[in-house]
Structures are given as structure tokens and as C-alpha cells.
Design a protein. Structure first.
Length: 201
């Protein structure tokens, strides 16, 4: 019984990792709202972890059952969310990142001299020039827009497009994280139900 309880407490504690990772991913995607929701999600998960820990340490079968039911619901939600990510969310996330990037960089590129270092760094790293909403005049391409200087033939890709393409690469990792978390949850459900069964007999 003690070994089951120890195994449960270890797996239960690992359960908080998912929302923390989601907060990091949303931060990388540039979604402040997503990151805030992930933090709220983390706080809720911490409460669930506490519920599981207390129910096992205090030997409370009713709380153990409540914990298991909540975890089963979360398993279903996580699986559904992972499938949505795989089937259609990639396009939505791409458009969101592209629009946010355009809003962020267009004003900075219009005032290029004021934001030169920041804009140059972006354009050189992503091999891009301007945004979908703003194109430099041919005679005024900054050198960071070109591979060869002086700049006469600019990189063809807009920076908001290039930035969205780079950030969208994390979505497969996000789906993987969601799917990796499922065995942790299933293991915690199995262990707590075994503990509960022993308590009830």
C-alpha cells in the first residue's frame, strides 16, 4: 500500500508540468492571452494535485473518487484538444501569429531609423523584408533586407510571414506534450483507484 501511495504522489506531482509547458509555448507563440490562461490552468492543476495528495495521505475514498473523475474528464479534453491541434488549429494559430507580427513590426519599419537595430536583427535572422502591410521603396531598402550589399534585390518574404512560419513550428511539439501528458494522467487515475479499492476492502 505504501509503495502505491509513493508512486501516486510522484506521478501526481508531475501532473503540474503540462500547464507550465503550455504557458511557455503560448509565450513563444506571442499570445499573452494564451499564456495567462495557461497560468490559470496551472493554478487549477495545482489544486487538483493537492486534492489527490490529500485524498491519498488522509485516506479519503470519496475525495479519491472525485479526483479520478476530474482526471478522466481532463484526459478526454486533452485528447480532443490534441486532435483539434492536429486537424485545424495550425492554420488558425498561423494566421493569429502573422496578424500579431504585422501589427507589431509595421509601425517599427515605417519609423526604420528610430528602430534600426531591432528591425535589422529581425530581417537578417529571418531573411525577410518589410511586412505584408508595409514595403520599403526600392531605393530605400535597408541593407538588412538583402544577402548582398548594397541592397538592390530584397528578400522576397514579408517578416510577419517569416515569423509566423518560424513560430508555428512549435505546434507539433505542443501536440506531443499534450499526448505525452495522457499516460501520466492515466497512471495517476489507475493508482488512485487501486489505492481506493484497497481502502474499501
Amino acid at each position: 500500500m505504501v509503495s502505491l501511495e509513493i508512486a501516486f504522489q510522484v506521478i501526481n506531482g508531475a501532473d503540474v508540468g503540462l500547464p507550465v509547458l503550455l504557458a511557455i509555448i503560448f509565450g513563444v507563440l506571442g499570445s499573452a492571452v494564451g499564456a495567462v490562461w495557461a497560468v490559470i490552468f496551472a493554478i487549477c492543476f495545482a489544486g487538483l494535485v493537492a486534492l489527490g495528495a490529500i485524498s491519498v495521505s488522509k485516506k479519503l475514498p470519496k475525495l479519491q473518487l472525485a479526483y479520478a473523475i476530474i482526471q478522466i474528464i481532463l484526459v478526454a479534453v486533452l485528447f480532443l484538444f490534441a486532435m483539434i491541434c492536429l486537424m485545424g488549429m495550425a492554420k488558425t494559430a498561423y494566421d493569429m501569429i502573422k496578424d500579431n507580427s504585422e501589427k507589431q513590426w509595421t509601425p517599427k519599419m515605417k519609423a526604420y531609423l528610430k528602430n534600426k537595430d531591432e528591425v535589422d536583427k529581425l530581417q537578417q535572422q529571418l531573411k525577410c523584408c518589410g511586412t505584408t502591410a508595409y514595403k520599403y521603396e526600392d531605393s530605400k531598402y535597408p541593407n538588412s533586407c538583402c544577402e548582398i550589399r548594397p541592397c538592390t534585390v530584397a528578400f522576397p518574404k514579408a517578416c510577419n510571414t517569416a515569423e509566423a512560419e518560424k513560430k508555428i513550428e512549435v505546434l507539433p511539439a505542443m501536440v506531443t506534450l499534450l499526448l505525452v501528458q495522457l499516460p501520466v494522467k492515466i497512471a495517476s487515475i489507475t493508482l488512485i483507484m487501486l489505492i481506493r479499492k484497497r481502502l474499501m476492502t
